[in-house]
Design a protein around this ligand. Structure first.
Ligand code: VG1
Ligand code: CO
Length: 540
């Protein structure tokens, strides 16, 4: 049936889909309007097939039912849905590709907390399995501003706990095991025999699923298929509120894992993933691998992984990600691309075969096997390298820094800022950019400064206003941008890096190694002075 509706303000997709407070999404027709806008903006659902699933956060179960009924009423031919409505983001991307579906709806606010007082989100992925590009998200937003009706089938809810084939109106529905196809894919990309042998030899790991979607995936892959031992997966049961935690795999939020890795009986390798399973954090005994370094290490060691044995041709990183991988790309003689923040910008490069490995500083790494970043894939990539090199994480990192130099890196987040104040800081800095080159701030001199704009080398589309970059002498860089995933106030992200070709003291604490860059950033951008904050909320 067709229901009359009116446009709702603010339905503009951000870095990764539309994210709002759960309470907003719960108020019908908030979700309905957005889903119909996606269907309309992408040319209708008639005769098409889709993948639907989410990370299990509060409201996912009801939202899946609404989307299924809307797809049925809009004439969709077939939907593949994870049992219980569950699918990790990379698993959904894989299923879209595996079944040649026309698109997918992923219900998650990723690393944002869940629950009735937390966040909810909807992301639409296209037929290549990747996030909708900006051209489509702009159309979706336009459509939300003119929408006057939506279609929904007046049918009872489906029982999503029972796997198998069923139907909804004229639409066929396949309720599938959310884990099996994804685990099979992983098994053909990596050397599972070598990893299994490594665990059998006594190497121990811990994986923190943070009560989010990766628990069942990690159990199947690490415990059942790789024999990593029972109890390897911590916080394995997905909970609607992630156990009250913040499912963001970083040293600040993955506290259980950090404690275990620094305890007296610490395992050799530690890892964690986020709400929807696309992020990863990598730890060794007594060492934290920064995501930017992790990308560089994967690039340098890709030849050790069966799926990448043929070489990389190219790599890509988001603009604020450190340039550690650039040094590897130069040494390997392969392309290296710098894209705006958000996985949607890697899609064209991957589709065109220009790159096979991509990464973001925000704990996101992925390859050309799907079109999303992929947390467990990155963990398996590391395990494959550990098994092939028979070295510890610390040994691998030290060797990497000796060969390629070290790019010291940190991100400082200022959260919950007043929106006007955050804009004032950004506007002020933007107006300074043209005059910064040549100026000295403490020990650092500015080489160049600009606002990042990206021209996609495949389709020529231009994305401007993607953050302010300031390059300094001594291979240092400062980047400042506003987050596009928050739901309350503004989040200002300050990214800091400095490169040393022959690092003298690898044991120096990161914040100390970056002290001059941090001081120059405050001199230039005045974040603390203008916001009145004395320190960032989260440092990674
Ligand atoms: C953040 C990260 C970005 C990532 C995005 C989605 O965006 O910085 O690198 O792609 O989250 O990740 P922003 O605009 O807040 O900086 V996920 O795992 O939340 O889908
Ligand atoms: Co995520």
């Amino acid at each position: 049936m067709r229901i009359t509706t009116r446009p709702i303000e603010g339905q503009k997709p951000g870095t990764s889909g539309l994210r709002k407070k759960t309470r907003i999404f719960e108020q019908s027709p908030y979700l309905e309007n957005f889903v119909q806008a996606i269907i309309d903006a992408s040319g209708g659902a008639a005769g098409r097939s889709y993948v639907v699933g989410g990370d299990g956060r509060y409201f996912c179960d009801r939202a899946v039912q609404v989307i299924l009924k809307m797809l049925a009423a809009n004439g969709a031919h077939r939907v593949i849905v994870g049992q219980g409505g569950l699918l990790s983001t990379p698993a959904a991307s894989h299923l879209i590709r595996l079944h040649g579906a026309d698109g997918g709806f992923i219900l998650s606010a990723s690393h944002n907390p869940g629950g009735p007082d937390g966040d909810f989100g909807v992301k639409f992925n296209i037929a290549n399995g990747g996030p909708a590009p900006e051209s489509l998200t702009a159309k979706i937003h336009d459509r939300t501003q003119e929408i006057d009706s939506y279609c929904i089938a007046d049918l009872p809810d489906l029982d999503l706990m029972r796997p198998g084939k069923t139907g909804l109106g004229g639409m066929s529905v396949d309720i599938i095991d959310p884990v099996a196809d994804y685990a099979d894919l992983m098994q053909c990309l990596f050397d599972f025999d070598a990893i299994r042998a490594m665990f059998a030899s006594g190497i121990r790991m811990a994986f923190d699923a943070m009560h989010a979607i990766t628990g069942p995936y990690a159990r199947e892959i690490f415990e059942n298929r790789l024999g990593a031992g029972p109890g390897v997966v911590m916080n394995a049961r997905p909970l609607p509120d992630f156990g009250g935690g913040h499912p963001d795999p970083n040293p600040a939020h993955a506290k259980d894992l950090m404690d275990r890795m620094s305890g007296p009986d610490a395992p050799d390798f530690g890892a964690a993933s986020d709400g929807d399973g696309d992020r990863n954090m990598i730890l060794g005994r007594g060492i934290y691998v920064s995501p930017s370094d992790s990308l560089a290490v994967l690039a340098a060691n890709a030849h050790l992984v069966p799926a990448m044995a043929g070489g990389l041709r190219g790599v890509a990183r988001s603009m604020p990600t450190s340039r550690a991988v650039d040094h590897v790309a130069r040494a390997l003689g392969i392309e290296c691309h710098e894209t705006p923040t958000g996985w949607k910008f890697f899609g064209n490069l991957l589709d065109a075969g220009r790159v096979r490995l991509c990464g973001e500083e925000s704990f996101g790494t992925g390859g050309d096997h799907v079109r999303e970043k992929d947390g467990l894939w990155a963990v398996l990539f590391w395990l494959n390298i550990l098994a092939a090199r028979r070295q510890s994480v610390t040994e691998i990192m030290r060797d990497h820094w000796q060969r390629f130099g070290r790019t010291w890196y940190s991100r400082h987040d200022y959260e919950g800022l007043d929106v006007d104040l955050a804009n004032r800081i950004m506007d002020r800095l933007r107006s300074l950019l043209p005059r910064l080159a040549g100026q000295t701030f403490g020990a650092m001199t500015v080489v160049e400064a600009d606002e990042f704009a990206y021209t996609d080398p495949v389709d020529g589309s231009v994305s401007s206003g993607q953050g302010n970059r300031i390059t300094l002498t001594g291979g240092a860089r400062i980047v400042l941008r506003l987050s596009g995933t928050g739901t309350e106030g503004a989040i200002l992200r300050l990214y800091l890096e400095r490169h040393e070709d022959t690092p003298e003291n690898l044991d120096q604490p990161v914040q100390e190694a970056l002290a001059n860059v941090i001081a120059a950033a405050e001199d230039i951008a005045q974040i603390r002075a203008i916001s009145g904050r004395s320190a960032p909320d989260v440092v990674t």
